[in-house]
Write a protein that binds this ligand. Structure first.
Ligand SMILES: Nc1nc2c(c(=O)[nH]1)N[C@H]1C(S)=C(S)[C@@H](COP(=O)(O)OP(=O)(O)OC[C@H]3O[C@@H](n4cnc5c(=O)[nH]c(N)nc54)[C@H](O)[C@@H]3O)O[C@H]1N2
Ligand SMILES: Nc1nc2c(c(=O)[nH]1)N[C@H]1C(S)=C(S)[C@@H](COP(=O)(O)OP(=O)(O)OC[C@H]3O[C@@H](n4cnc5c(=O)[nH]c(N)nc54)[C@H](O)[C@@H]3O)O[C@H]1N2
Ligand code: SF4
Ligand SMILES: [Mo]
Length: 678
């Protein structure tokens, strides 16, 4: 029996454990008792992360569409088709007529190479990934206020906080090891404020549970800041020495007294006052949020408001404080760090900056690089629907199931002249592909993932790729060289990391030898730098912190007579997104194998719906049938569904309304109707 230390392929908590294998067959997981986060306790998805690896559905050979059907093909033929078709589309329709969707499921090295492929070989900045759907609002909102879009503190700070403000994060289900740690701190006496219209598990342990209306977060946070200033609880010294623009913030939040905020949010004025006092008077208070905050047409405003609140009270730059976006995918932090984004190279170095571009021109040995920003992925699908994007290369992403408004996504994919899908399974999106490339999964390749606390950790090859599958990075190198580009050849992923370190200041000190057992947290500037557990200590990354006040704006769609409910979407503990891996895991699929909608008993009784009845949920985009789950944990007037189940896809219903700055979709609020199926 062999055991291989690696990093979990699911959420960005970043637990490490050993994969156990016997002659290239995976048999189990052995926890690593020394890992700083998992401490020997992965969650149920982690414990079962070996099962999907050799599932019979794995893609083992390239597929090419012939006469309308996908047929098995050789690598030569498939790669040649990709290498010939993409440039011919560019020749006909322009360089920016093709788009690259990178993958937060793949390694840093792979994200770096994919953006290098798009920029250096195909000369376009049209590259993006699922952070667009997830924390693009954080990247923008925190960069504007603090100068860095990443989680400010470390997961271990959970042990040092006196008060938690958890808003729009179902932590125990979606970042289970962080959720468990919060509960342990609460047991030791820490206070907990939860702001979520659902009574999530953390809410049951909360000092204060704010069940505010979905989409009213800006009003709530402005209201808390109003009270803090009114009652003299702001941190004057911090405001004076470390921030700017305070007067403007003060003028804005003046207009949000508890009485008005109570009306917008549905809370009582006293709840708003209590939350403000508890947060502001704690010695160390930690804001933890996730996509309940970011996935709105005002997602960036939500994030800026949280940053404002932390600066107002000086809860930033110390242990147990900070503004902490819990990033989602195993490597979404890394995919952003690596520049799989339309406007930056690795390390958030702007493509528009001449000197930065020159550095990459020299390193990559190309004549030039495109200077204007590319398209965000949500905008690219809109452009495809209009016939403006002709070719799309998707790696490890299933937009048919995960993007908003499935009818729109299917239509967009249908309009394409050429679609390449590179995945480990045949996804719903792959049904539209002209070429499908079979990729090796996390257990079959070397590399690194960067966790939500900015920690770069090793992923290790524990067995050979199944069948004819190849590692994503090897596929990219092969395409580059077939396209005539000579400088994308590496003997191993460690060499790719050496290149990343050379051109990316925040990863400057990262090498495989330094992260052999324990990962390092960026910024890690050189080979002697110990890494950075807490950002903004003594000084913000951007110099001075900047208050960016925001006004409350309602969601794009609000309930009316025809669609009287707020529909919100999210996740469950047992499944992961499109379910490509978790639904092929016996134990997880046994726990939960079909779609459900959470509805409050008051609403259910009124509509004649009983627990487990089949119901139809409809929005302006479409309707799906699923079973009702009656629970007081959801506020009357609100419905909750997941998007894990292809058979009744949650995203058939969601609204493709985008935040004007981050281009994130409003997954968290739309208007819906529910009826009992006769
Ligand atoms: N089991 C599991 N774990 C996962 C994932 C998974 O698919 N399954 N996915 C991973 C990924 S990529 C991500 S991004 C994270 C996401 O992690 P979370 O953000 O925790 O996930 P969600 O369930 O989408 O939403 C969180 C909460 O936001 C609340 N909410 C909805 N609307 C609002 C609102 O307007 N305001 C506020 N304050 N709250 C609101 C919901 O009620 C919900 O409880 O999880 C990661 N972990
Ligand atoms: N309604 C609603 N929709 C949402 C959200 C929501 O809250 N509500 N949340 C959004 C968020 S935050 C996110 S992050 C997205 C996630 O959306 P997706 O990224 O589309 O979801 P995943 O299931 O993670 O899909 C990733 C794909 O990567 C493949 N894969 C896994 N490992 C590898 C590998 O090593 N190589 C390759 N090539 N492929 C691999 C998997 O098989 C899978 O098909 O969903 C978004 N959609
Ligand atoms: S908490 Fe996240 S990283 Fe840890 S085992 Fe569970 S899914 Fe994996
Ligand atoms: Mo996400």
């Amino acid at each position: 029996m062999k055991k291989t230390l690696t990093t979990c392929p699911f959420c960005a908590t970043g637990c490490m454990y050993y994969l156990q294998s016997d002659h290239d067959k995976f048999v189990g997981i052995e926890p690593s008792t020394v890992h700083s986060i998992a401490k020997g306790h992965p969650c149920v998805k982690g414990w079962n992360a070996f099962q999907f690896i050799h599932h019979p559905d794995r893609l083992t050979t390239p597929l090419i569409r012939k006469n309308g059907v996908l047929e098995a093909a050789g690598w030569e033929e498939a790669l040649d088709l990709v290498v010939h078709t993409l440039p011919s589309l560019q020749a006909r329709y322009g360089h920016d007529s093709i788009m690259f969707f990178s993958s937060a499921r793949t390694t840093n090295e792979e994200n770096y190479l994919f953006m290098k492929l798009a920029r250096a070989v195909f000369k376009t900045n049209n590259v993006d990934h699922c952070a667009r759907l997830c924390h693009s609002s954080s990247v923008l909102g925190l960069a504007a206020t603090f100068g860095s879009g990443a989680m400010s503190n470390s997961i271990s700070c959970v042990d040092e906080a006196d008060t938690f403000f958890v808003i729009g994060s179902n932590t125990t289900e979606n970042h289970p090891q962080i959720g468990a740690r919060i509960l342990q701190s609460v047991k030791r006496g820490a206070k907990l404020i939860v702001a979520d219209s659902r009574t999530i598990r953390l809410a049951k342990a909360a000092t204060l549970h704010l069940r505010h209306r979905n989409g009213s977060d800006v009003a709530l946070i402005n209201g808390m800041m109003h009270v803090i200033i009114r009652d003299g609880l702001e941190n004057r010294e911090f405001i004076e020495s470390r921030t700017q623009n305070y007067e403007q913030l003060k003028n804005t939040v003046l207009r949000y007294p508890p009485s008005i905020v109570a009306e917008i949010t549905g809370l009582t004025p006293q709840e708003i006052i209590d939350a403000a006092h508890l947060y502001a008077t704690s010695p160390a208070a930690m804001i933890i949020y996730s996509v309940g905050i970011t996935q709105h047409t005002h997602g960036v405003d939500n994030v800026r408001s949280l940053a404002n609140l932390a600066m107002l009270t000086g809860h930033v730059g110390r242990p147990g404080t900070g503004v902490n976006p819990l990033r989602g995918q195993n490597n979404v932090q890394g995919a952003c760090d690596m520049g799989a984004l339309p406007n930056v190279f690795s390390g958030y170095q702007k493509v528009a900056d001449e000197a930065v571009r020159q550095k990459f021109v020299n390193e990559w040995r190309v004549a030039d690089l495109p200077a204007h920003a590319g398209l965000p992925m949500t905008r690219a699908l809109n452009a495809a629907e209009r016939g403006e994007i002709k070719g799309l290369y998707i790696v490890g992403e299933d937009p048919v199931i995960s993007d908003p408004d499935q009818g729109h996504v299917r239509n967009a994919l249908q309009q394409l002249d050429f679609l390449v899908v590179q995945d480990i399974f045949l996804t719903a999106t792959a049904e539209y592909a002209d070429v499908v490339l079979p990729a090796a999964c996390f257990a079959e390749k070397d590399g690194t993932f960067t966790s939500t606390e900015r920690r770069i950790q090793r992923v290790r090859k524990a067995a050979l790729p199944i069948g004819g599958a190849r590692a994503d990075w090897e596929i990219f190198c092969e395409i580059a060289s077939r396209a005539g580009y000579k400088y994308m050849h590496y003997n191993a992923p460690s060499e790719i990391m050496d290149e990343i370190a050379r051109v990316t200041p925040i990863y400057g000190g990262i090498s495989y030898s330094r992260i052999d057992q324990i990962g390092l947290q960026w910024p890690c500037l050189d080979e002697h730098h110990p890494g950075t557990p807490i950002l903004h200590v003594g000084r913000f990354v951007g110099g001075m912190g900047c208050f960016c006040p925001a006004e409350y704006r309602p969601p794009a769609e609000t309930p009316d007579a025809e669609y009287p409910f707020i529909l919100t979407t999210g996740r469950s503990y047992f499944h992961y997104h499109t379910g490509s891996m978790t639904r092929r895991t016996r134990l997880l699929e046994r726990e939960e194998n079909r779609s459900y909608v959470e509805i409050n008993p008051v609403d259910a009784h009124r509509l004649g719906i009983r627990d487990r009845d089949f119901v139809m949920v409809a929005t302006r985009r479409g309707e799906i049938v699923m079973s009702a789950r009656m629970t007081k944990d959801i506020t009357p007037g609100v419905l909750f569904i997941t998007f894990h189940f292809e058979e009744s896809p949650g995203n058939l219903l969601t609204n493709n309304a985008l935040d004007p700055e981050s281009h994130i979709p409003e997954y968290k609020v739309c208007a819906a109707r529910i009826t009992r199926k006769p």
